[in-house]
Write a protein that binds this ligand. Structure first.
Ligand SMILES: NC(=O)C1=CN([C@@H]2O[C@H](COP(=O)(O)OP(=O)(O)OC[C@H]3O[C@@H](n4cnc5c(N)ncnc54)[C@H](O)[C@@H]3O)[C@@H](O)[C@H]2O)C=CC1
Ligand SMILES: O=C1O[C@H](COP(=O)(O)O)[C@@H](O)[C@H](O)[C@H]1O
Length: 262
């Protein structure tokens, strides 16, 4: 793909996981409200393609969107405990501004960083902690209705619905990635839920690369590694996007040590 890809929230954890693995593979435009230090910018990206801007700033977003082929929209408040005024502004209003600018500019594909917290209320007292264990067969597959854990989760479910609207009315291809728990080098330590929804850095980068390369209409997929423990199906991501993860939290001890080194 020769045309530019706009990555918002580029300086954050997910953005850096993506850039750390496929930072030289695309013609990136990077946007973040915080200035990006040199070490967060791939060598192939010129400073003129780095935008210090807020996603709620329509003029700045329009400027960054010009000529863009695809968007990976990560910017937002990622805190599960984030208050309503923050998720309303950063996650909901910011995502609407991004979609509007994208369709105005004729962008073809839009990948949205949704979250496990859009469906966290499926983790009922009756199901937990058993559903976090590898013998358990309960799966969410993306066809279920949202059941948010918190107001942050409400903002992510709303982002998914904004994508539905912009896809249906403006024909932009949309994929919502319900990201699990991204950690570098090892799964979340001593945390069953986190190990069931672990997403490694390299699987994260590969998944978003799939979002840039595959053909799709409107999709909701789960963003986790190929963990033995899981309650999210990755079948849809495999089928539609060609996602083929390599990591598995079962290859680590509960405390996070690689089993082949123990
Ligand atoms: N890290 C994880 O395990 C998960 C992350 N996500 C989602 O992925 C996205 C990225 O998350 P992380 O990288 O972990 O968060 P982060 O906090 O590390 O990075 C977010 C980046 O977005 C920027 N940002 C925030 N609000 C902005 C705004 N209004 N305008 C422009 N830039 C803004 C921040 O400066 C920061 O660099 C978020 O939307 C989050 O909800 C979803 C599920 C799990
Ligand atoms: O959406 C998100 O989810 C992950 C995992 O949730 P947690 O409640 O198990 O910590 C979280 O770490 C991340 O910050 C958030 O954006």
């Amino acid at each position: 793909m020769d045309q530019p890809v706009l990555l918002t929230g580029a300086g954050g954890r997910v953005g850096q996981a993506i850039l750390g693995h496929i930072g030289d593979a695309y013609d990136w435009r990077l946007l973040d409200r915080e200035p990006l230090p040199d070490e967060k910018i791939p060598a192939s990206v010129d400073r003129t393609n780095v935008y210090v801007a807020d996603v709620t700033d329509e003029t700045a977003v329009k400027n960054a969107m010009d000529g863009v082929y695809a968007v990976i929209h990560l910017a937002g408040d990622p805190r599960p405990e984030a208050p309503w005024d923050s998720v309303l502004r950063n996650n909901i209003d910011g995502t609407q501004k991004m979609y509007q600018a994208a369709v105005d500019a004729g962008v073809e594909k839009f990948a949205f960083a949704s979250s496990n917290h859009a469906v966290g209320a499926y983790e009922t007292e009756e199901r937990t902690p058993d559903m976090y264990r590898s013998h358990h067969e309960f799966r969410l597959d993306g066809n279920e209705l949202p059941r948010p854990s918190n107001l942050y989760g409400v903002s992510k479910a709303t982002g998914e619905t904004l994508g539905r609207y912009y896809h249906d009315h403006h024909d932009i291809s949309v994929v919502n990635v319900r990201i699990g728990n991204l950690t570098q080098h090892h799964p979340p330590k001593e945390y069953e839920r986190g190990q069931a929804m672990w997403l490694s850095y390299r699987d994260c980068a590969h998944l978003f690369e799939c979002c840039l390369e595959a053909d799709y209409d409107y999709e909701i997929v789960y963003g986790i590694s190929d963990n033995d423990r899981k309650y999210y199906s990755i079948d849809r991501a495999r089928e539609v996007l060609g996602y083929d993860p390599v990591d598995n939290s079962a290859e680590y001890t509960f405390e996070g040590e690689p089993l082949d080194e123990v």
